[in-house]
Design a protein around this ligand. Structure first.
Ligand code: ZN
Length: 283
Protein backbone atom coordinates (compact mmCIF):
# COMPACT_ATOMS: atom_id res chain seq x y z
CA UNK A 1 0.00 0.00 0.00
CA UNK A 2 1.67 3.14 -1.21
CA UNK A 3 1.54 6.76 -0.19
CA UNK A 4 3.07 9.60 -2.14
CA UNK A 5 3.45 12.43 0.33
CA UNK A 6 4.36 15.09 -2.19
CA UNK A 7 3.51 15.15 -5.86
CA UNK A 8 2.33 17.58 -8.52
CA UNK A 9 -0.48 16.01 -10.55
CA UNK A 10 -1.59 19.60 -10.93
CA UNK A 11 1.59 20.54 -12.81
CA UNK A 12 1.28 21.33 -16.53
CA UNK A 13 3.30 18.19 -17.33
CA UNK A 14 1.07 15.75 -15.44
CA UNK A 15 -2.32 17.43 -15.34
CA UNK A 16 -3.20 16.73 -18.99
CA UNK A 17 -3.21 13.00 -18.28
CA UNK A 18 -3.70 12.98 -14.55
CA UNK A 19 -6.41 10.31 -14.65
CA UNK A 20 -4.01 7.98 -16.43
CA UNK A 21 -1.35 8.65 -13.79
CA UNK A 22 -3.89 8.00 -11.05
CA UNK A 23 -4.79 4.74 -12.75
CA UNK A 24 -1.11 3.75 -12.76
CA UNK A 25 -0.89 4.64 -9.09
CA UNK A 26 -3.99 2.55 -8.40
CA UNK A 27 -2.38 -0.39 -10.17
CA UNK A 28 0.51 -0.46 -7.72
CA UNK A 29 -2.01 -0.62 -4.85
CA UNK A 30 -2.43 3.01 -4.08
CA UNK A 31 -3.70 4.53 -0.93
CA UNK A 32 -3.26 8.29 -0.93
CA UNK A 33 -1.25 11.05 -2.47
CA UNK A 34 -0.79 14.69 -1.65
CA UNK A 35 -0.84 17.31 -4.38
CA UNK A 36 1.22 20.33 -3.63
CA UNK A 37 0.16 23.70 -4.97
CA UNK A 38 2.75 26.23 -5.81
CA UNK A 39 0.94 28.86 -7.80
CA UNK A 40 -2.54 30.08 -8.58
CA UNK A 41 -3.10 28.21 -11.82
CA UNK A 42 -2.07 24.99 -10.14
CA UNK A 43 -4.43 25.72 -7.30
CA UNK A 44 -7.41 25.47 -9.62
CA UNK A 45 -6.16 22.19 -11.06
CA UNK A 46 -5.44 20.75 -7.62
CA UNK A 47 -8.92 21.71 -6.45
CA UNK A 48 -10.43 19.97 -9.47
CA UNK A 49 -8.50 16.77 -8.70
CA UNK A 50 -9.34 17.04 -5.01
CA UNK A 51 -13.07 17.46 -5.74
CA UNK A 52 -13.11 14.40 -8.01
CA UNK A 53 -11.05 12.20 -5.69
CA UNK A 54 -11.48 13.69 -2.23
CA UNK A 55 -10.40 10.59 -0.30
CA UNK A 56 -7.29 9.77 -2.23
CA UNK A 57 -5.96 13.03 -3.60
CA UNK A 58 -5.31 15.34 -0.71
CA UNK A 59 -4.11 18.88 -1.12
CA UNK A 60 -1.86 21.35 0.57
CA UNK A 61 -1.14 24.99 0.06
CA UNK A 62 1.38 27.45 1.39
CA UNK A 63 3.23 30.63 0.54
CA UNK A 64 6.73 29.68 -0.50
CA UNK A 65 9.65 31.59 1.00
CA UNK A 66 10.75 32.73 -2.43
CA UNK A 67 7.52 34.77 -2.84
CA UNK A 68 9.11 37.95 -1.53
CA UNK A 69 11.96 37.46 -4.00
CA UNK A 70 10.12 36.60 -7.19
CA UNK A 71 6.56 37.83 -6.79
CA UNK A 72 7.88 41.15 -5.71
CA UNK A 73 10.26 41.71 -8.56
CA UNK A 74 7.58 43.96 -9.95
CA UNK A 75 5.59 44.40 -6.76
CA UNK A 76 2.61 42.81 -8.39
CA UNK A 77 0.35 40.27 -6.90
CA UNK A 78 -2.49 38.10 -8.17
CA UNK A 79 -4.80 38.93 -5.30
CA UNK A 80 -5.46 42.38 -6.68
CA UNK A 81 -5.34 41.82 -10.43
CA UNK A 82 -1.69 42.74 -10.62
CA UNK A 83 -2.15 46.04 -8.87
CA UNK A 84 0.67 47.35 -6.78
CA UNK A 85 0.16 46.56 -3.12
CA UNK A 86 2.24 47.04 -0.04
CA UNK A 87 3.96 44.18 1.77
CA UNK A 88 1.64 44.51 4.75
CA UNK A 89 -1.41 44.38 2.50
CA UNK A 90 0.02 41.33 0.76
CA UNK A 91 0.63 39.64 4.09
CA UNK A 92 -2.91 40.15 5.30
CA UNK A 93 -4.42 39.02 1.98
CA UNK A 94 -2.21 35.94 2.05
CA UNK A 95 -3.45 35.12 5.53
CA UNK A 96 -7.07 35.59 4.52
CA UNK A 97 -6.62 33.38 1.44
CA UNK A 98 -5.00 30.60 3.43
CA UNK A 99 -7.48 30.79 6.26
CA UNK A 100 -10.37 30.38 3.81
CA UNK A 101 -8.83 27.21 2.39
CA UNK A 102 -8.40 25.84 5.90
CA UNK A 103 -11.95 26.70 6.95
CA UNK A 104 -13.34 25.10 3.78
CA UNK A 105 -11.33 21.96 4.51
CA UNK A 106 -9.51 22.11 1.20
CA UNK A 107 -6.06 21.45 2.60
CA UNK A 108 -4.56 18.93 5.03
CA UNK A 109 -1.37 20.86 5.75
CA UNK A 110 0.32 24.17 5.09
CA UNK A 111 2.96 23.45 2.51
CA UNK A 112 5.49 24.68 1.99
CA UNK A 113 6.76 27.62 3.82
CA UNK A 114 10.00 28.54 5.50
CA UNK A 115 13.21 30.39 4.84
CA UNK A 116 15.29 30.23 1.68
CA UNK A 117 18.44 32.28 1.16
CA UNK A 118 19.56 30.20 -1.79
CA UNK A 119 17.86 32.35 -4.39
CA UNK A 120 19.45 35.59 -3.31
CA UNK A 121 21.67 35.34 -6.37
CA UNK A 122 18.57 36.21 -8.40
CA UNK A 123 17.93 39.44 -6.56
CA UNK A 124 17.62 42.62 -8.56
CA UNK A 125 19.81 45.55 -7.69
CA UNK A 126 16.96 47.43 -6.07
CA UNK A 127 16.03 44.51 -3.84
CA UNK A 128 17.31 44.67 -0.31
CA UNK A 129 18.49 41.39 1.25
CA UNK A 130 17.72 42.40 4.82
CA UNK A 131 14.24 43.49 3.86
CA UNK A 132 13.56 40.24 2.02
CA UNK A 133 14.86 38.20 4.94
CA UNK A 134 12.47 40.08 7.19
CA UNK A 135 9.57 39.48 4.78
CA UNK A 136 10.37 35.76 4.57
CA UNK A 137 10.31 35.53 8.35
CA UNK A 138 6.99 37.39 8.58
CA UNK A 139 5.41 35.19 5.90
CA UNK A 140 6.68 32.07 7.63
CA UNK A 141 5.52 33.17 11.08
CA UNK A 142 2.05 34.04 9.77
CA UNK A 143 1.72 30.47 8.48
CA UNK A 144 3.11 28.87 11.63
CA UNK A 145 0.51 30.81 13.61
CA UNK A 146 -2.28 29.51 11.38
CA UNK A 147 -1.06 25.94 11.86
CA UNK A 148 -1.13 26.51 15.59
CA UNK A 149 -4.61 28.03 15.48
CA UNK A 150 -6.12 25.24 13.35
CA UNK A 151 -3.99 22.34 14.56
CA UNK A 152 -2.58 21.70 11.10
CA UNK A 153 0.72 20.07 10.26
CA UNK A 154 3.30 22.18 8.50
CA UNK A 155 5.82 21.46 5.77
CA UNK A 156 8.98 23.42 6.13
CA UNK A 157 11.20 24.40 3.26
CA UNK A 158 14.61 25.55 4.37
CA UNK A 159 17.59 26.20 2.18
CA UNK A 160 20.91 27.81 3.13
CA UNK A 161 19.10 29.10 6.20
CA UNK A 162 19.12 26.35 8.81
CA UNK A 163 19.98 28.53 11.81
CA UNK A 164 17.38 31.19 11.00
CA UNK A 165 14.72 28.55 10.32
CA UNK A 166 15.49 26.78 13.58
CA UNK A 167 15.34 29.97 15.58
CA UNK A 168 11.77 30.57 14.41
CA UNK A 169 10.39 27.04 14.66
CA UNK A 170 11.77 26.61 18.16
CA UNK A 171 8.79 28.71 19.23
CA UNK A 172 6.37 26.17 17.73
CA UNK A 173 7.49 22.91 19.28
CA UNK A 174 3.93 21.63 19.61
CA UNK A 175 3.43 21.59 15.82
CA UNK A 176 3.79 18.57 13.60
CA UNK A 177 6.78 19.44 11.49
CA UNK A 178 7.62 17.86 8.16
CA UNK A 179 11.04 19.03 7.19
CA UNK A 180 12.25 19.40 3.63
CA UNK A 181 15.93 19.73 4.28
CA UNK A 182 17.25 20.38 0.82
CA UNK A 183 20.98 20.65 1.03
CA UNK A 184 21.17 19.65 4.70
CA UNK A 185 22.54 16.39 6.05
CA UNK A 186 22.73 14.06 9.04
CA UNK A 187 24.04 16.79 11.34
CA UNK A 188 20.96 19.00 10.84
CA UNK A 189 18.66 15.98 11.22
CA UNK A 190 20.26 15.25 14.59
CA UNK A 191 19.71 18.86 15.69
CA UNK A 192 16.06 18.71 14.63
CA UNK A 193 15.58 15.42 16.44
CA UNK A 194 16.82 16.87 19.69
CA UNK A 195 14.56 19.92 19.34
CA UNK A 196 11.32 18.42 18.05
CA UNK A 197 9.24 15.55 19.23
CA UNK A 198 6.80 15.68 16.30
CA UNK A 199 9.24 15.50 13.44
CA UNK A 200 8.89 13.90 10.03
CA UNK A 201 11.52 13.97 7.30
CA UNK A 202 10.93 13.54 3.59
CA UNK A 203 12.79 11.35 1.11
CA UNK A 204 12.13 11.06 -2.59
CA UNK A 205 13.58 9.66 -5.80
CA UNK A 206 16.88 11.48 -5.47
CA UNK A 207 17.88 9.16 -2.63
CA UNK A 208 18.53 6.62 -5.43
CA UNK A 209 21.05 8.85 -7.22
CA UNK A 210 24.73 7.98 -7.23
CA UNK A 211 25.81 11.28 -5.72
CA UNK A 212 23.19 11.22 -2.97
CA UNK A 213 25.38 9.74 -0.25
CA UNK A 214 24.51 12.51 2.17
CA UNK A 215 20.77 11.84 1.70
CA UNK A 216 21.36 8.16 2.37
CA UNK A 217 23.25 9.04 5.54
CA UNK A 218 20.37 11.31 6.54
CA UNK A 219 17.71 8.63 6.27
CA UNK A 220 19.87 6.34 8.37
CA UNK A 221 19.81 8.99 11.09
CA UNK A 222 16.01 9.05 11.12
CA UNK A 223 13.85 6.91 13.29
CA UNK A 224 11.51 4.73 11.23
CA UNK A 225 8.48 6.57 12.55
CA UNK A 226 9.88 9.86 11.23
CA UNK A 227 10.09 8.94 7.56
CA UNK A 228 7.70 9.86 4.75
CA UNK A 229 8.28 8.96 1.10
CA UNK A 230 7.39 10.94 -1.98
CA UNK A 231 7.98 11.35 -5.69
CA UNK A 232 7.92 15.13 -6.18
CA UNK A 233 6.67 14.10 -9.66
CA UNK A 234 7.17 15.19 -12.42
CA UNK A 235 10.65 15.86 -10.99
CA UNK A 236 13.28 13.59 -9.39
CA UNK A 237 12.58 10.36 -11.25
CA UNK A 238 14.23 7.41 -9.47
CA UNK A 239 17.54 6.25 -10.97
CA UNK A 240 16.16 2.99 -12.33
CA UNK A 241 13.95 4.86 -14.85
CA UNK A 242 15.70 8.22 -14.69
CA UNK A 243 15.08 9.20 -18.30
CA UNK A 244 11.28 9.07 -17.90
CA UNK A 245 9.07 11.80 -16.52
CA UNK A 246 8.28 11.03 -12.92
CA UNK A 247 4.74 10.09 -11.78
CA UNK A 248 3.17 9.02 -8.46
CA UNK A 249 3.32 5.28 -9.27
CA UNK A 250 7.11 5.55 -9.18
CA UNK A 251 6.96 5.98 -5.43
CA UNK A 252 7.18 2.16 -5.44
CA UNK A 253 10.84 2.47 -6.49
CA UNK A 254 11.54 4.81 -3.60
CA UNK A 255 9.92 2.33 -1.20
CA UNK A 256 11.93 -0.57 -2.62
CA UNK A 257 15.19 1.34 -2.51
CA UNK A 258 14.62 2.50 1.08
CA UNK A 259 13.64 -0.99 2.20
CA UNK A 260 16.95 -2.34 0.88
CA UNK A 261 18.97 0.58 2.18
CA UNK A 262 17.56 0.28 5.68
CA UNK A 263 17.40 -3.48 5.50
CA UNK A 264 13.75 -3.60 6.40
CA UNK A 265 11.17 -5.89 4.89
CA UNK A 266 9.07 -4.05 2.27
CA UNK A 267 5.75 -5.02 3.91
CA UNK A 268 6.93 -3.68 7.23
CA UNK A 269 8.15 -0.49 5.62
CA UNK A 270 4.77 -0.01 3.92
CA UNK A 271 2.97 -0.47 7.23
CA UNK A 272 5.28 1.96 8.96
CA UNK A 273 4.93 4.64 6.26
CA UNK A 274 1.17 4.25 6.34
CA UNK A 275 1.18 4.84 10.08
CA UNK A 276 3.49 7.83 9.70
CA UNK A 277 1.35 9.31 6.94
CA UNK A 278 -1.92 9.04 8.89
CA UNK A 279 -0.34 10.39 12.03
CA UNK A 280 1.31 13.33 10.32
CA UNK A 281 -1.75 14.41 8.31
CA UNK A 282 -4.20 13.91 11.22
CA UNK A 283 -6.22 11.35 9.25
ZN1 ZN B 1 7.53 19.63 -5.23
Amino acid sequence: MYFDSHTHLNSPQLFKNYKKYLENFKNIWWEKLVNVWVDYERTQRALEIHDKFPNTCLSTWGFHPTEPIFKYKKWKYEFKDNQLISWQEYLSLAKEYLENLIKNKKIVAIWECGIDYHYFEHLQEWQNIEEIKKQQKELFTMQLNLCKKYNLPIVIHSRDAFIDTLEIIKNYKELKIYFHCRGYGPEEITTLQTEFENLWVWFDGNITYKKAEEIRQSIKKCKLNQILLETDAPYLTPQIIRKEMNQPANVQYVYKYVSELLDINLDNLEKQIKENFYKYYNL
